[in-house]
Write a protein that binds this ligand. Structure first.
Ligand code: ZN
Length: 334
């Protein structure tokens, strides 16, 4: 019998990743390709996915008939029934159809659609989590924005349209005057996402209350060059303003993790996303707070907090795991 394959696709604001793997999902059998996320028209993304997948098939001498299914994990919000992305602030179009244009090129192959963070928690579930963690598992990404995926009591939480666990827009500072991209005030991601950290630093610079000579030196006095990376670097070197911004990022992330644990009573929170390049300044202080005085942040027993080892691959792994679990009727998604 011919070998069968699973396809996983991860669609983000910056990169599209496509991977193909043998049905056993052995890590060493995953072949990948990636390209920048096109924003020319509403079909740019599906065209890229079709192209990369086709290249993978040709290069690895795999026929369409050998595919078990295609998992699509995408930045949301999504309509998983209709296979569309809607209202995404970073992808450029009000509606982006995905399922139909891919189905057209790969007819007869089942396509499964999932919000990226809900997919990522499946990736951690399959590829990384210990058995004792699997039934009550959370994945949080701290990147341009903040999002999450939750497995509670052994079941993946999806919600009515597949957008459950938008924790980044959880209110962590009700009296805040800082407005989030979503329109609300005081969301977790206005303090702790990459964009949030940058904006808080720029605000503090214009207020002019805290010394920030070290940060300004790093960017040669050009504040347009400031990103979260330079702020964390400056904080490490003792920059007062950067340190305050990083402290706030960490504090509100502790609040956020505490809320997540109050809602889902999780065993472990795995953390990923671009901000984890500076995980040494973010995760240890949170782990310490949860060890020493968790009751300030969460009424439930605190979870373990771990950095995911899957890195940038976590979304793709989730898309692959989704197909495996769907076709095997695994209880986590039933
Ligand atoms: Zn928000």
């Amino acid at each position: 019998m011919e070998e069968r394959y699973i396809v996983g696709v991860d669609i983000g604001g910056t990169w599209i990743r496509v991977g193909i793997c043998t049905a056993d999902l052995k890590e060493e059998n995953i072949k990948r390709k990636l390209t920048k996320t096109g924003k020319e028209n509403q079909y740019s993304i599906s065209t890229s996915v079709n192209k990369l997948l086709n290249e993978l098939l040709v290069e690895n001498r795999i026929k369409k008939e050998q595919l078990i299914g295609i998992g699509l994990a995408s930045a949301g919000p999504l309509d998983i029934e209709k296979g569309k992305i809607f209202n995404n602030a970073n992808l450029g179009f009000k509606i982006i159809p995905l399922k139909k244009p891919i189905e057209k090129k790969f007819p007869g192959i089942p396509i499964y659609f999932i919000n990226d963070c809900n997919g990522a928690v499946l990736g951690v579930h399959y590829f990384e989590a210990e058995d004792r963690e699997k039934d009550n598992l959370v994945y949080i990404t701290i990147s341009t924005g903040i999002g999450g995926g939750v497995i509670c009591n052994g079941h993946l939480l999806l919600g009515k349209e597949g957008n459950a666990v938008e924790v980044g827009h959880g209110l962590v500072a009700p009296k805040s005057k800082i407005q989030c991209n979503c329109g609300a005030y005081g969301c977790w991601e206005v303090f702790s996402s990459g964009t949030g950290v940058k904006n808080r630093a720029l605000e503090a610079i214009s207020e002019g209350k805290l010394n920030t000579d070290i940060l300004l030196k790093i960017v040669n006095n050009d504040i347009t060059k400031i990103t979260a990376k330079e702020i964390f670097q400056a904080a490490r070197k003792g920059d007062k303003l950067s340190k305050k911004v990083v402290d706030d990022c960490v504090f509100y992330t502790t609040v956020g993790f505490g809320l997540v644990n109050n809602f889902y009573d999780c065993q472990t929170i795995y953390v990923g996303g671009a901000m984890m390049k500076d995980h040494k300044q973010i995760l240890p202080p949170i782990i310490k707070k949860f060890k020493e005085n968790p009751i300030i942040f969460t009424i439930n027993n605190p979870p373990e907090i771990k950095l995911t080892k899957l890195g940038d691959d976590v979304g793709l792994r989730g898309a692959l795991a989704l197909v495996k679990y769907k076709t095997e009727n695994h209880k986590v998604i039933s």
